[in-house]
Design a protein around this ligand. Structure first.
Ligand code: AHR
Length: 635
């Protein structure tokens, strides 16, 4: 039976409670949300990204009418830009008769360039030629066997200085999935032609924005109506953050640095993505802010804290590097919010957005598992940000897991310092999600708020969606403590991915939401504004051992509490202990916040308040209506 108490006021639910976490994992950016159709457009792929890559990955030479030549990628002083190191050099032999053409074809991402009959595609290239009369270039969409899928686009390159040439192609047919369509760029005559930034975008990007987003994916995200957009990672953010800052701008495996990702696309750095591929940064901070605005979501960037997590466990001991990253973070806030007269606000305006983006929250770090090293640096970021921008909420985190020493220590530090919000992450079985609906019931109402930045139950089946939905009712019930929550990861290329489960899947042509997507959509589209307290009785028992339960604040040791009593609904005392310091009966169990006593009862509670969920030992979940009373020691 369900008893509803409309007369009692539950916590208010912020409209931003449910949001999305976008990370460039599973090819989420290049070949995913970023609508660019040419793979390796700038010839920057290489073994630094992935051992299988070369600067000619996705490219092949092509010749017609007896033309010959050579094609190679060059990295020399003739480059397009200091940060855009490589370019393609075509040495044309000038062989063949009329219509003889030599050049390259690009295979696109996945299994070919997806085309829709009648749709327009914007082509552009940077080119230069040593031919005094210019070099005629022909651009065409082709099937895998070379059959034309568009009319040829003729462009003439003039002069031996980098110049952009552009035009539009219209597709004649809709390509089937995995059809292997490609883009051909060929040149006529002899001499040397150099090409770079070979680009093809569907005209029909999300909201028609140039350098824009793939429409079906952006629309699926928008349909969720997310309250916020956390970006760009995840582990991606901290990659390489221990490297010396003297490393040249183009050097790969730097940490994700937002300044690398703004400005003209041909001048943006490229990087090796933590997840084993190349990232062009064509989808960068400006585009993320713009997307957040377009979908009505609060932007929530994550910057590296100079302590790597995600298996690397290194902390930078370089005060100058730390100072620079802190300054970069202040500059990021200026980029988002500053007036057009400010240095970074002007850059935002130059990119097309004079109005501020309205940044209010910013996270420093992701899953650091050197808690003290992280926190020491976090403190410095926070102090600098709060001194200059007191209105910004600086979000900390609780490490890579929802239990264990790192988690405990980070929560302790976050609490001690009065941090406003802590980012928690966990990936667990559906069973765990069912059993932990009450995880936040016991969180300290006076401590930091929770940003549940990453969670998912471990599959994409109906059961997972159901377990997550059940769990989300617990988030909502605790909306006074849980302020933001996002499932993770958001996007995954079905043909190349590093993490499962995921919320939205895609190939080069299609996309579809998982069962978890439907749960997220349901909750995000129907977020209430206030919790109406209710109780259920007679709910079926959930079998399985209790794991990872939330409990007494882990630093609330027996020295701080006494007189802990657990009673069943009928008044039977199940557990009574004075919880005194040194009491051998109380031992810390493996899970965070899960405390055990020798008689086998687990206690899941917090503070001196009465709470109503406890379970017994390693016995199956009983769904007892239990009461816990833990009295805080005075003084
Ligand atoms: O969501 C995938 C990864 O999970 C994130 O990059 C990281 O933060 C977490 O470990």
């Amino acid at each position: 039976a369900l008893t509803v108490h409309p007369d009692r006021a539950g916590p208010a639910i912020d409209p931003t409670l449910y949001g999305v976490f976008y990370e460039d994992i599973n090819n989420a950016a290049d070949g995913g949300l970023y609508a660019e159709l040419v793979r390796n457009r700038s010839f920057e792929f290489g073994p630094a990204d992935n051992r299988a890559y070369t600067p000619l990955t996705a490219w092949q030479e092509t010749a017609q009418g007896g033309a010959t030549g050579t094609v190679r990628v060059v990295n020399d002083a003739d480059r397009l830009h200091e940060r855009n190191r490589n370019y393609l050099r075509l040495d044309l032999a000038g062989h063949g008769g009329n219509g003889a053409r030599y050049g390259v074809v690009n295979a696109g991402y996945g299994t070919g360039i997806p085309l829709r009959a009648g749709a327009r595609y914007d082509f552009s290239v940077r080119a230069r030629t040593d031919q005094r009369t210019g070099t005629r270039l022909t651009v065409q969409l082709q099937a895998a066997d070379g059959t034309a899928l568009s009319a040829p686009l003729a462009l003439t390159a003039h002069g031996d200085r980098w110049t952009q040439y552009a035009g539009t192609l219209t597709a004649r047919t809709t390509t089937a999935v995995n059809a292997g369509a490609r883009l051909a760029v060929t040149a006529e005559g002899g001499g040397v032609v150099r090409l770079d930034m070979v680009s093809l975008f569907p005209r029909d990007t999300y909201k028609g924005r140039p350098n824009g987003l793939r429409k079906d994916l952006a629309e699926k995200i928008a349909a969720l109506k997310p309250g916020f957009l956390r970006f760009p990672g995840g582990c991606l953010v901290n990659t390489g953050s221990h490297r010396a800052y003297e490393a040249p701008d183009w050097e790969r495996q730097r940490s994700y640095q937002w300044k690398d990702t703004i400005g003209p696309v041909e001048q943006r750095a490229v990087n090796a993505n933590f997840w084993g591929y190349h990232q062009s940064y064509g989808l960068g901070y400006y585009e993320y802010f713009q997307f957040a605005e377009d979908i009505g979501a609060m932007p929530l960037p994550v910057v590296p804290a100079l302590v790597t997590g995600c298996g690397q466990n290194k902390a930078t001991d370089d005060p100058a590097l730390l100072r620079r990253h802190i300054q970069d973070t202040l500059d990021l806030i200026e980029f988002a919010n500053g007036p057009v007269t400010s240095t970074w606000g002007r850059k935002r305006a130059e990119m097309g957005h004079p109005r501020p983006f309205g940044l209010t929250h910013l996270a420093v770090g992701n899953e650091e598992n050197l808690p003290d090293a992280f926190f020491e640096r976090f403190r410095q970021f926070r102090a600098a940000i709060e001194a200059k921008y007191p209105g910004i909420t600086v979000v900390s985190n609780s490490g890579p897991d929802d239990t264990g020493t790192t988690f405990d220590r980070l929560w302790q530090l976050n609490r001690q310092d009065g941090v406003a919000m802590v980012d928690e992450h966990y990936y667990n079985s559906p069973q765990w999600f069912l059993e932990n609906n009450r995880r936040y019931d016991a969180y300290d109402r006076k401590g930091p708020k929770v940003f549940l930045g990453e969670y998912a139950s471990l599959d994409n089946k109906f059961r997972n969606a159901l377990a997550e939905a059940a769990f989300m009712t617990g988030l909502e019930r605790n909306a006074d403590v849980v302020k933001l929550a996002s499932y993770a990861p958001l996007l995954a290329d079905v043909d190349s991915n590093q993490w499962r489960p995921d919320m939205i899947w895609f190939d080069s042509t299609r996309s579809w939401g998982s069962t978890s997507y439907e749960t997220q959509k349901l909750f995000m589209n129907n977020t209430g504004d206030r919790v109406v307290p209710s109780e259920a009785t007679g709910t079926p028992a959930v079998s399985g051992p209790v794991t990872g339960a939330v409990g007494l604040s882990t630093w609330a040791t027996s020295a701080a509490y006494d007189d802990v009593e657990v009673t069943a609904a009928d008044g039977t005392t199940l557990l009574k202990d004075d919880f005194s310091a040194g009491d051998a009966q109380w031992t810390r169990a493996a899970g965070r916040g899960t405390w055990s006593v020798q008689d086998g009862a687990f206690l899941q509670s917090d503070t001196a308040a009465e709470n109503t969920l406890v379970t017994a030992g390693d016995r199956a979940w009983q769904n007892y209506d239990l009461k816990v009373k833990a009295t805080k020691k005075s003084g």
